[in-house]
Ligand binder design. Structure first.
Ligand code: IMP
Ligand code: MG
Length: 182
């Protein structure tokens, strides 16, 4: 069934932005790039929950090489931005030392979440540390973080769907929708 071009979540209207076939095509390309760099290196993907669950599922099938997967759950306290305060509510059991680590994220906005995570992971002395993010909002970036594998660079407008939520809703959508300014 074709997706509606407009949807309503809570009090906001969103319009279709990236369709399922567009996502699939781009994720296949990202998968090939990651495969080319990490084949025979048994990389460890660290998936940032909740938002990246759907992307990670499709990305790992597209990469299609022997690898391991771990999950970490992070909530950023956006009200306390100054400290970039992060709560990791799921501790990593995996040993990152000498591993090729690829962090899988749904979206990098200010970059504060990623910068903090990368610091923590780097301290564990991985063999390499890279980032795959489906979406990046370059205009919003406040910290310098290197995104090694980017799906789409997008403008500063709130998006939902394909794992991303608006106040808990919209994660199940197959396509990505963008806030409609009326
Ligand atoms: P950052 O620390 O500002 O880069 O925030 C990253 C986190 O904020 C992401 O992991 C998302 O959970 C959330 N986020 C940022 N922008 C959006 C958006 O447009 N839609 C949904 N969630 C977003
Ligand atoms: Mg997230």
């Amino acid at each position: 069934m074709k997706q509606p071009s407009l949807i309503k979540i809570h009090d906001k209207t969103f319009r279709i932005f990236l369709t399922e076939p567009e996502l699939r095509k781009r994720i296949a390309e990202m998968g090939s790039s990651i495969k080319a760099r990490f084949e025979n290196k048994n990389p460890l993907f660290i998936v940032i929950l909740n938002g990246a669950f759907m992307f990670a599922s499709d990305l790992l099938k597209a990469v299609n090489i022997p690898c391991e997967i771990a999950f970490i759950r992070v909530s950023s306290y956006r009200g306390m931005e100054s400290s970039g305060d992060l709560k990791e509510s799921l501790d990593l059991q995996e040993d990152l030392r000498n591993r090729h680590v690829i962090v899988v994220e749904d979206i990098v906005d200010s970059g504060q979440t990623m910068a903090k995570l990368l610091d923590d992971f780097q301290a564990e002395q991985p063999a390499s540390l890279s980032v795959a993010s489906l979406l990046v909002k370059p205009e919003q970036m406040k910290t310098q973080v290197q995104i090694d594998f980017t799906g789409f660079e997008i403008p500063e407008l709130f998006v939902v769907g394909y794992g991303l939520d608006y106040d808990g809703q919209g994660r199940y959508l197959k396509d990505i929708y963008q806030l409609k300014d009326d």
